[in-house]
Design a protein around this ligand. Structure first.
Ligand SMILES: *Cc1c(COP(=O)(O)O)cnc(C)c1O
Length: 389
C-alpha cells in the first residue's frame, strides 16, 4: 500500500491532446480568424464524413447542451409540451426542455443496461407528450429500433443525447445515422474526443438544420442573405428570430479536426482497457457493465461498476479507499429525481425510480481514458481489488 500511495494521483479523467492539435490551434491563432470560420466548416464536413452518410447535416455548436436546446427549439417544443427522458443522466439532458417552457417527464432505467426503460417510456406517454430524449448511457446504445417504433406509433419526435456515444453503433450503424429527428454529441473535456467545450448537432431534416443554423447565431437568416449576395452589400443581414450565441470557435474546431482523426484509435484503446477490466475484475463482488452486442461498438466513455449487495464495503467507503490509493473515481449520476430542483418541481421520490435509485447507490465509475498507460490500468485493477478486500 505504501508503494501504491507513493505514485502520483491518477485522475478520473484526462484529455489526450497531441502536437497536431496544438499546431492547428497555433495556426488558427496566427491566421487572424479565431471565431467561427473556415475550420469550423471543415470540422462539420469532417464529422459528416466520419458518420459516412451524405444525407446528414452537421452543425457545430459550443456545447452539447446548446445542441440539445437548438434541436428541441427547431422541432417546436414549447409551453404545454412534455418531453420524456431518463432520470439517470446529467441535468443538461433535461434542463433544455425547461429552457423552452416545456415540462420533463422522467422515467426509470433498465437495470441490465442502465439505459432508459422503454416499457416505462411507453407507459409515460400522455396527451401532452411531444418528444423523447434517449441517452446512450456510458456509450452503450439504447435500443433505437424499438424506441423509434414507439415514437412513430405515438407521433413523437426523438432527439438523441449522444454525449457518451461517439463512436457507438447499433446493428452496425453509427449513432447519429439511425433516423431520429436529431442527435447531439459532446466534445466536453472528459468526453471521448474534446474541443475543450463543444458539440455537434446532427440531423437528416433540412428544415430542422436550417432553423438550428439560424438560431445558433442570433437568429441571423443566412439563406435570405445568401440568396441576395450578388446584390446585397456584405454588411447587410436580417434577424428573423431572437436567436442564441451557440457557435463553435475555429480555435475549438482546430482541436476537433485532429481529435476526430484520432477517434478510431481512441476507441480501440478504450475498448482494450475495458476488456482488460472486464477480464480482470470478474471474480470480484461487482456487477460489471454490459458489453455491446456482437459486432457492435461501445464507445466506453464510462466504465461503471456496481458493488453487489454482498460486497464487503459500501460504495462511499469504496470510493474513499480508491482515493486513498491514489485513484480518482466518480459517480454517474446522482439521478435527476434526487436533485432539489427536479424533485421539488415534479414531486419526485426515489420510490418512483427503484432501478435508478438502486444503481445510484451502488455505482462507481473508474478511470478509463486513452492517456492511461498499461501500468495505470494495472494500478486501477489492483486498487479495486484492495478496496474490496
Ligand atoms: C456531458 C453531457 C452533456 C452535456 O455536454 P456539454 O457539451 O458539456 O454541454 C449532456 N448529456 C450528457 C449525458 C452528458 O454526459
Amino acid at each position: 500500500m505504501s508503494s501504491e500511495s507513493a505514485l502520483p494521483f491518477l485522475p478520473f479523467a484526462l484529455p489526450e491532446i497531441g502536437e497536431e492539435e496544438i499546431a492547428e490551434v497555433v495556426d488558427t491563432l496566427r491566421s487572424g480568424w479565431v471565431t467561427t470560420g473556415p475550420k469550423a466548416k471543415r470540422f462539420e464536413q469532417a464529422f459528416a464524413d466520419f458518420l459516412g452518410d451524405s444525407g446528414l447535416h452537421c452543425i457545430a455548436v459550443n456545447s452539447a447542451t446548446a445542441g440539445l436546446h437548438l434541436a428541441l427549439e427547431a422541432i417546436g417544443i414549447g409551453p404545454g409540451d412534455e418531453v420524456i427522458t431518463t432520470t439517470h443522466t446529467f441535468t443538461a439532458t433535461a434542463e433544455v426542455v425547461r429552457y423552452l417552457g416545456a415540462d420533463v417527464k422522467l422515467v426509470d432505467i433498465d437495470p441490465a443496461t442502465l439505459n432508459i426503460d422503454l416499457d416505462q417510456v411507453e407507459a409515460a406517454i400522455g396527451p401532452k407528450t411531444r418528444a423523447i430524449i434517449p441517452v446512450h448511457y456510458a456509450g452503450l446504445a439504447v435500443d433505437m429500433i424499438r424506441l423509434l417504433d414507439i415514437a412513430r406509433r405515438h407521433g413523437l419526435r426523438v432527439v438523441e443525447d449522444a454525449a457518451h456515444a461517439l463512436p457507438t453503433t447499433l446493428e452496425r450503424e453509427l449513432i447519429g445515422t439511425l433516423g431520429s429527428d436529431a442527435t447531439v454529441f459532446s466534445f466536453y473535456a472528459n468526453k471521448t474526443m474534446t474541443t475543450g467545450e463543444g458539440g455537434m448537432l446532427v440531423t437528416r431534416n433540412a428544415e430542422l438544420a436550417a432553423r438550428a443554423k439560424v438560431m445558433r447565431l442570433h437568429g441571423i437568416n443566412r439563406d435570405a442573405f445568401d440568396r441576395f449576395t450578388a446584390k446585397t452589400p456584405s454588411w447587410y443581414y436580417e434577424i428573423v428570430a431572437p436567436g442564441f450565441k451557440y457557435n463553435l470557435t475555429d480555435i475549438a474546431a482546430a482541436l476537433g479536426l485532429h481529435q476526430l482523426k484520432r477517434l478510431p484509435a481512441f476507441q480501440a484503446r478504450r475498448e482494450a482497457i475495458a476488456q482488460r477490466y472486464l477480464a480482470e475484475l470478474k471474480d470480484l463482488p461487482l456487477i460489471l457493465p454490459p458489453q455491446a452486442q456482437a459486432g457492435d461498438t461501445h464507445s466506453w466513455h464510462l466504465f461503471v461498476l456496481r458493488l453487489r449487495d454482498d460486497a464487503p464495503v459500501s460504495r462511499d467507503a469504496f470510493i474513499e479507499r480508491m482515493f486513498a490509493l491514489g485513484i480518482g473515481c466518480s459517480v454517474h449520476y446522482v439521478p435527476l429525481h434526487q436533485h432539489p430542483y427536479w424533485r421539488e418541481r415534479y414531486d419526485l421520490t426515489p420510490a418512483m425510480f427503484p432501478h435508478s435509485q438502486k444503481a445510484y447507490e451502488a455505482t462507481v465509475s473508474i478511470p478509463l481514458y486513452t492517456a492511461m498507460t498499461d501500468a495505470d490500468v494495472a494500478r486501477v485493477i489492483a486498487a479495486v481489488r484492495q478496496s474490496l478486500s
